[in-house]
Each structure stands twice: as structure tokens, then as C-alpha cells.
Ligand binder design. Structure first.
Ligand code: NAG
Ligand code: NAG
Ligand code: NAG
Ligand code: NAG
Ligand code: NAG
Length: 218
């Protein structure tokens, strides 16, 4: 781990990520929380400007993605709420969130996405789906060029297998801005606890210790 920027970033994230346990990405809306209020999380998930280290070519050869605040929530509508609301409250949602920092340049971003979808039918049932999801983009500049750091992630509930990929930019020896794309993966050790009731849902929250995943450049 290097980087004061990274730790400063995490410090700023701390109070915000707490709310992410309540974050649910409903199928038809980009982002909302279970109680329908918007939070700072909505801003975190949008594209933000960052200022990473663009002298990162050497560090990129052997970088890692550092995952923190890893958790998913399993939200099950309390009896009554799912039936009486005309289908507005989904009977179940399973939703993942974490922060990811690229140790090569100190840039962090947020991933938050549902781990599947509700099947059709009434009531619908939750179908696990470990397909790739987009994380929040980050916009950066080296003073001359503006570029977007794109990140994706996939997580399977059954095998707890996580994969994270990213495209980022560093200056090469000649000072040119070069794109890097890398992927990292691992098995998360999730431990789950009863999170009580929240906004008409029973919540089970599952968390993982922070984890550092070595990156393979593509
Ligand atoms: C959600 O979107 C699907 C297809 O995009 C649509 O069939 C469905 O009616 C929408 N549901 C709501 C509650 O808007
Ligand atoms: C979520 O909770 C429901 C109700 O307790 C349970 O049936 C389901 O297996 C849970 N799903 C996960 C992924 O833990
Ligand atoms: C990550 O991988 C998925 C699946 O191959 C791909 O659709 C996505 O574009 C990739 N994202 C990045 C940032 O490399
Ligand atoms: C999960 O736990 C096992 C056993 O404690 C450990 O060997 C492994 O490194 C852990 N995995 C992660 C991704 O932390
Ligand atoms: C689950 O959520 C509850 C309430 O928000 C919290 O007290 C508890 O520490 C959380 N458990 C885990 C494992 O995160």
C-alpha cells in the first residue's frame, strides 16, 4: 500500500459507506435506498473527478486492487409490505457494495450493484446472477489529457468468487499517456449477521475483511 491519497479517500468514505448497507439498486431505477430517500451514496456512484498519480507505469506492472468496506445485504420484505404495496416493494433484493483502490495510482472508486434480479411472476423470486457490473467511473487528467478510469466487477453468491477489472492511464518512459487494463480475482470470506429490520425489510448483512487482490494486466 502506498499513498496518502488512498487513506484520505477512505477516511472520507467512512461515513458514507455506512449507508451503503441500506443501498439497494432497484431494477428500474439507477439508485435508491430502501426507504426511498437519496443519500450521499448517489453522488458516490456517479462519475467524480479524482487526481491520481499518472507516473504509475512501473507500479502498474505489479499492482493490486485493494477492496474495503466489502458487504452485501440480503433484504427480504417483511410480511405485509411486499403484498400490500401494489408490487412497489420488491419482495427480495440482494445488493453488494465495496470500495476499490488501484494501488498503482491511488485512485479509488465504488462498486454497488444487485447480485441478481427478481424473476417475473407474483411474488417474484430472487435469481442469483454473477454477471459483470459497471462500477462508478472516475475522471482524471494529467494536465494535458482528460481520461476516464472505468471499473467493473462480478460476484457470485454461491461460490463467493469476486472479479474486478479496470482500465487506467499512466505515462510511459517517453511521457505518453498509455492505457492499462487489468483484472484481479479471489474468493471472499463473507460472514453474515442478522441486521434487524430496516424500511420494511428484514436485513441480513454479510461482510468480508479488506482484501488485496493482485492484478494481472491484460
Ligand atoms: C421495469 O422495467 C421493465 C422492463 O424494462 C418493465 O416491463 C416493468 O414494467 C418496469 N416496472 C416498473 C415497476 O416500472
Ligand atoms: C436471503 O434471505 C432469504 C430469507 O431469509 C433466504 O431465503 C435466502 O436464502 C437469502 N439469500 C442469501 C443469498 O443469503
Ligand atoms: C470487465 O470485464 C467485462 C466482461 O469481460 C467487460 O464487459 C467490461 O467491459 C470490462 N470492464 C473493464 C473496465 O475492463
Ligand atoms: C479466506 O480465509 C482463508 C482461511 O482463513 C484464507 O486462507 C484466505 O486467504 C482468505 N481469503 C481472502 C480473500 O481473504
Ligand atoms: C449488520 O447491520 C447491523 C445494523 O445495521 C449492525 O449492527 C451489524 O453490525 C451489521 N453486521 C455486520 C456483520 O456488518
Amino acid at each position: 500500500m502506498r499513498s496518502i491519497p488512498f487513506f484520505r479517500a477512505i477516511f472520507l468514505l467512512l461515513p458514507l459507506i455506512g449507508t451503503s448497507r441500506a443501498l439497494v439498486l432497484l431494477p428500474n431505477s439507477s439508485s435508491s435506498s430502501v426507504d426511498g430517500t437519496t443519500t450521499a451514496e448517489d453522488d458516490l456512484l456517479s462519475t467524480q473527478d479524482v487526481s491520481g498519480d499518472t507516473e504509475c507505469a512501473a507500479a502498474s506492472a505489479a499492482t493490486s486492487f485493494f477492496l474495503s468496506f466489502v458487504s452485501y445485504g440480503n433484504y427480504t420484505a417483511l410480511p405485509g409490505d411486499g403484498d400490500d404495496s401494489g408490487g412497489l416493494v420488491p419482495p427480495q433484493v440482494v445488493s453488494m457494495s465495496f470500495a476499490v483502490a488501484n494501488e498503482a495510482n491511488g485512485v479509488y472508486t465504488i462498486c454497488a450493484f444487485p447480485l441478481g434480479y427478481l424473476s417475473g411472476g407474483n411474488p417474484g423470486t430472487w435469481i442469483d446472477d454473477p454477471s459483470w457490473q459497471a462500477c462508478a467511473d472516475r475522471r482524471d487528467t494529467d494536465g494535458k489529457h482528460r481520461f476516464t478510469i472505468a471499473t467493473g466487477a462480478a460476484f457470485g453468491l454461491t461460490d463467493r468468487y469476486i472479479a474486478v477489472n479496470q482500465t487506467w492511464f499512466c505515462h510511459d518512459d517517453a511521457g505518453r499517456l498509455v492505457a492499462y487494463t487489468g483484472i484481479a480475482n479471489g474468493i471472499l470470506n463473507m460472514s453474515c449477521a442478522d441486521g434487524g429490520e430496516l424500511g420494511g425489510y428484514h436485513v441480513e448483512n454479510c461482510t468480508s475483511p479488506d482484501v488485496e487482490l493482485p492484478v494481472t494486466l491484460l
